[in-house]
Design a protein around this ligand. Sequence first.
Ligand SMILES: [Zn+2]
Length: 315
Amino acid sequence: MRIAETVTFGGSGLDRAAELRGKTEALKAQDDAQTILLWQGKPMIAGDTLVRVAMDHPVMADAGADLVFLGRENAAPVFAADLSGWTPENLETATLDSFLDPSEQRHPAMPEAVFAELRAIMNRLTARDAELAATAKAIMGWHRSHRFCARCGTESTIAMGGWQRDCAACGGHHFPRTDPVVIMLITHQNAVLLGRSPGWPEGMYSLLAGFVEPGETIEAAVRREVFEEAGVRVGQVSYLASQPWPFPSSLMFGCAGEALSTELTIDPNEIEDAIWVTREELALAFSGNHPKLLPARKGAIAHFLLEAWLADRLD
Ligand SMILES: [Zn+2]
């Protein structure tokens, strides 16, 4: 798919400079070093721009000691600092863990900026800012959930600029995990297969998706998930585009699949409903004119693939 990498989080060609990850203390001390800031996985933005500050900025007094080295921008090192240890004044916690947390937090040392939920702002960021924010959020989430060695249970320590955890007790090295997920545009003639999960906004339908299991190919995962969820047999499967999805650590593989059957048998444990939607109906939904159907959220790869299918741009 020629436009594959224009998807949200599709990458900006960031120079990740992996060869420098062992030298992060020296890089941090450089005058031109900058860092982005996250609080509980929420990046700090000013307007539509990801905030970058110098290492000696007053806000850094609240940063954790371990910074993540993200790479280089214009030859200058760029890091990510975690301010999760800081507690905002009058913090409202009600929506913090919700899907589209609308709350914003303001640090007193950065009054012109806010910490905002990445899902809520992802469409406003440049490709570079989106890549930096997604990378930092995924890595920080991994450190939070992998503090202890998976081999022996001892608390491990951050190494290699945040891209590794080492265990002093057993000598184990641990690396950031990415969970592969297939998401599929299953078509039959002029119609596409859409489904919805319980709890989604009324009328919202999207592409079927599921985790790839150990020992399984992407193609096999597509066929298995579609049959499990909707009872539809899929023949030819092809790859279209991928999307890093740091909520918390997925990599979405967007695929096209040809349905060999159309009868729908829903697994109610997996999805609430599945329907075949024609191009004409989907176009109405995308223009906001369908009486019942709401399309997948903008920014999600499902929206991107469906839009490309409508525009005949899956090539
Ligand atoms: Zn260990």
